[in-house]
Write a protein that binds this ligand. Sequence first.
Ligand SMILES: [Fe+2]
Length: 178
Amino acid sequence: MRIIDQITSNFLSNTSLYIGEKVTMSEHMIQTAMIAEEKNSSSNLICSSLLHDYGHFILENPYDLVKKNKDGKHEDVGYEFLKKYFSKDVLGPIKYHVKAKRYLARERKYYSLLSRASKISLKMQGGIMSNEESKKFETNQFFESSIKLRKFDEMAKKSGLKIKSINEYKNLLISKLI
Ligand SMILES: [Fe+2]
């Protein structure tokens, strides 16, 4: 159970703001999980939502990367780390949530709703998806869950919101361990 303690302690010790946003990374991920709950998502998707940006905790200095216009591939970093501990259904949407953003950004309405920081990172993440890549992505087994996660993600950047504690998600995290 060391991994659960490690995850909760990372959430509790993270106090830096999510790049370009008004919330910390921990607050952002907890808000994402809370929205997933409100939308009656599966427990797998709630867990994915809670951990979707975990790669940012692992990357040494995400701010530095942004300054250098580099993409840290936080979705892959998070996925590679978490796959030792969590089930495939939790991991899929985490791995593909950036692809989902690139897919959704083809819609003008979605694109205009992206925060400034998210528009900037989109460029570094490969930009709007081509038609060919989109068609391929639609056949991915995690397509729908990734799209859902991405929409929750976008809604979860509000400051001053009363949010749950990571400790309230401990049982959920434990239940998804492999
Ligand atoms: Fe996010």
